[in-house]
Design a protein around this ligand. Structure first.
Ligand code: ADP
Ligand code: MG
Length: 316
């Protein structure tokens, strides 16, 4: 508990420069959260939410407008060199010089960090990402998945305690995704703190210990995955009744402890949210009948992380 966070972000604001004096895009509106050490931390959000902006600020590729961030306890303004040494970042865009080989890519990166020849781990890293066969192939001849894996190896050259991956599996096929996750969970087991952005919710649910969701530059959730998925234990039942339920609603007929929330919809319909661990759909229907309605139609659906996400972001 007393362990300092791996990454700490406070009131982070980014406004991109606008064109010809116009106000630029406000990509981050004051975001604060901590990434605990040793975890796999998921940063989720729809396209344009500000995920890459945040990560690129940590990477030193984008300058923040205000707020602060520290990496492994090093403030990115005051102690930027130490911060940079503590983090390895796999950017969303794949960029390589096509004429370098995987081995050279890793050696160049090691040189960039001033790592002496005797302490370099290029061979070991190539094995870890299963590119030992491609050691001397030109980068341009690698498949998309191989390039991704090479980028992971490149990010780990200086053995940082934190690895950040920005949309590592976007456009990657199922098998390569599995390989990538094996690699990432393996590094995490060895103690590396992992931050990843993804819009595959199922993936986040399976991999991440904790999930933060940002939308339109604002943090809208930051919880252990268990709790977020716990929110998804909720179920929604939509009931069409024989008369307008507004009056009953005003009188508190749907404000009961076993009903988490209710919403009046068009056409005498009510959406009731409940936890399926507490009550059943049948009990919910009984309640609606007991307060004097005839039930004309019913639909139910399970909520999942996707629902929680949609609920919170208003997307979809
Ligand atoms: P995400 O990674 O979550 O998809 P981004 O951080 O890439 O989101 O983008 C957040 C917002 O900032 C978007 O509206 C995007 O268009 C805008 N944006 C990103 N990069 C720039 C830039 N270099 N200049 C101006 N606006 C940008
Ligand atoms: Mg992005």
């Amino acid at each position: 508990m007393s362990q300092p966070p791996a990454i700490s972000i406070r009131d982070l604001v980014k406004r991109y420069a606008g064109e010809k004096g116009a106000e630029g895009k406000l990509a981050l509106k004051g975001v604060s959260f901590d990434v605990p050490q040793g975890q796999i931390f998921g940063l989720l959000g729809p396209n344009g939410a500000g995920k890459s902006t945040l990560i690129n600020i940590l990477a030193g590729l984008v300058t923040k407008t205000s707020g602060s961030a520290s990496i492994w306890g090093f403030d990115i303004d005051r102690d930027h060199r130490n911060g940079k040494r503590a983090i390895g970042i796999v950017p969303q865009e794949i960029v390589f010089d096509p004429f370098f080989t995987p081995y050279e890519v890793l050696e160049n990166q090691a040189g960039f960090y001033g790592i002496p020849k005797s302490e370099r781990r290029s061979e070991e890293l190539l094995r870890a990402v299963r590119l030992e066969d491609k050691r001397d192939a030109y980068a341009r001849t690698l498949s998309g998945g191989m390039k991704r894996r090479l980028l992971v190896a490149k990010a780990m050259v200086h053995s940082p305690p934190i690895l950040v991956l920005d949309e590592p599996t976007a456009g990657v096929d199922v098998e390569l995704r599995r390989q990538l996750w094996e690699l990432v969970t393996g590094l995490n087991r060895e103690g590396v703190t992992v931050v990843l952005t993804t819009h595959y919710l199922e993936e986040a649910e399976q991999l991440c210990d904790r999930i933060a969701i940002i939308d339109h530059g604002e943090l809208i959730a930051d919880k252990p995955t268990r709790e977020l998925v716990g929110m998804a234990r909720e179920k929604v039942i939509e009931v069409t009744v024989d008369k307008d339920p507004a009056k009953a609603a005003d009188q508190g007929a749907f404000s009961r402890d076993f009903i988490h929330s209710f919403e009046l919809l068009e056409g005498n319909r009510i959406a009731l949210t409940y936890n399926r661990d507490d009550v059943s759909a049948g009990q919910m229907l009984n309640h609606v009948q007991q307060i004097g309605f005839t039930v004309e139609d019913v639909t139910t659906r399970e909520a999942d992380l996707e629902d929680v996400f949609v609920q919170l972001t208003g997307a979809g």
